[in-house]
Design a protein around this ligand. Structure first.
Ligand SMILES: Nc1ncnc2c1ncn2[C@@H]1O[C@H](COP(=O)(O)OP(=O)(O)O)[C@@H](O)[C@H]1O
Ligand SMILES: [Mg+2]
Length: 386
């Protein structure tokens, strides 16, 4: 494997050790003579043939660049020439060609091999075929790019879904408002008219059994007027549009907690009017929480706090009671079973870019904390879209 002119050099122990090591190596290695013109190859190990397809006889005496065929437009070539001239070492990635013409990526590590006097007599080139790694990396990059694209598309879909949900909630609120007005204006007025007629007819029913029927009819109509008013108010509190959140919440608590528990309401650090979406969301959360306290908590005390943060960029709502409490880890299971109060609150808050937290334990009361940005995310997004 070694040409005649090399045999003298390679006789000594150092060379014998190196060559036997290189012959057993799994890396393709070539040695070039640094003293002969154009660095001819004087040694190739067996792996060289496995990688390039060339036999030692075909490689010896030639310059390594024969592996590039006529693919000369590689800037690394100049770097290799400079390194050889300077007597340095270099690691470059180049396109090389096997004997059958197939291209492979050669990660070439070239370093000088000086003799005992320090004169560079040879250059050793270790070649690594990194084609597979590079194609794997390329595949991975492609997968990562596709993945990123997918995530972007998913994000886009999720935003769209959030906007649709918000539109749905807004449409639902608008519908409730319309039904509430209908109930109040149409049914309520007609019941009032009926009540007046009933009272005008009282002289004809002033005695005996007829009077008892009249009284019962009056009670029924009174109860219906009350029912229609309650339904209309809980569908859409009329005060919310006219007076804003604070008086409407106070009115809700007064009405709902008239039979207890004892309650405290605090409202501080916020402008008089907030964005309609914020007002209705806070109202619905308090409404649901208050209903939960009445239905499930059997509490002695309830507190509702609505605060603006220091910079008034967000709203914090806290509803707490000292009642029965529950195990919040069961929330998902409860939502699954159609108990949609808490999960509905969480969804509404999420749509406005806020945070929702339930803190409760059996026997330890319940605390709901909601934070809402005052310039709601969903609104900002929508403005950006328009
Ligand atoms: N303030 C509370 N005190 C005690 N238990 C509560 C309270 N709020 C909610 N819960 C518990 O959480 C469950 C889920 O509440 P929710 O989602 O509003 O559904 P629903 O009120 O229809 O049962 C309730 O059934 C109740 O067990
Ligand atoms: Mg509920």
């Amino acid at each position: 494997m070694t040409p005649d002119d090399m045999q003298h050099d390679m006789q000594d122990e150092k060379w014998q050790f190196l060559l036997s090591f290189l012959n057993a190596s799994n890396s393709s290695v070539v040695i070039a003579d640094a003293r002969a013109p154009d660095y001819p190859i004087v040694f190739v190990n067996p792996t060289f043939k496995r990688v390039t397809g060339y036999t030692p006889e075909e490689a010896l005496g030639r310059n390594c660049r024969f592996l590039q065929n006529d693919d000369c437009d590689q800037p690394e070539r100049a770097a290799v020439s400079r390194t050889l001239a300077d007597g340095g070492a270099i690691q470059v990635l180049m396109r090389n060609y096997r004997k059958n013409g197939e291209m492979f990526w050669n990660k070439l590590h070239l370093f000088p091999f000086p003799d005992a006097d320090g004169t560079i007599t040879h250059y050793i080139g270790a070649q690594h075929d990194v084609t597979r790694e590079r194609s794997l990396v390329a595949t991975l990059e492609q997968v990562a790019a596709e993945h990123a694209q997918l995530i972007e598309r998913l994000d886009c879909k999720r935003d769209k879904l959030a906007r649709l949900s918000l539109d749905l909630i807004n449409a639902q609120e608008a519908e409730r408002k319309a039904v509430a007005r209908e109930l109040h204006d149409e049914l309520g007025q007609r019941l009032t008219a009926l009540n007046m007629l009933l009272h005008r007819s009282l002289p004809y029913f002033h005695a005996g059994e007829a009077h008892a029927w009249w009284r019962q009819a009056e009670r029924e109509i009174g109860a219906m007027v009350e029912l229609v008013r309650d339904m209309s108010v809980s569908l859409r509190p009329p005060g919310l549009d006219y007076f804003g959140l604070e008086p409407t919440l106070r009115e809700l608590l007064t009405r709902q907690f008239s039979q207890g528990p004892a309650w405290v309401f605090e409202y501080a650090g916020l402008p008089r009017r907030l964005a309609p979406e914020i007002e209705i969301t806070v109202f619905r959360i308090v409404q649901e929480s208050v209903t939960n306290i009445q239905r499930h908590a059997h509490a002695r005390h309830a507190v509702v706090e609505v605060n603006g943060g220091a910079a008034c960029t967000e709203l914090e709502l806290i509803v707490r009671d000292d009642g029965a409490g529950f195990d919040p880890s069961r929330q998902a299971e409860l939502a699954h079973a159609g108990r949609a109060g808490l999960s509905g609150m969480r969804e509404r808050v999420g749509l406005l870019g806020g945070a929702f937290e339930v803190d409760s334990r059996p026997g330890g009361g319940t605390r709901i904390v909601v934070t809402l940005p005052l310039a709601p995310q969903a609104q900002q997004d929508r403005h950006q879209q328009d």
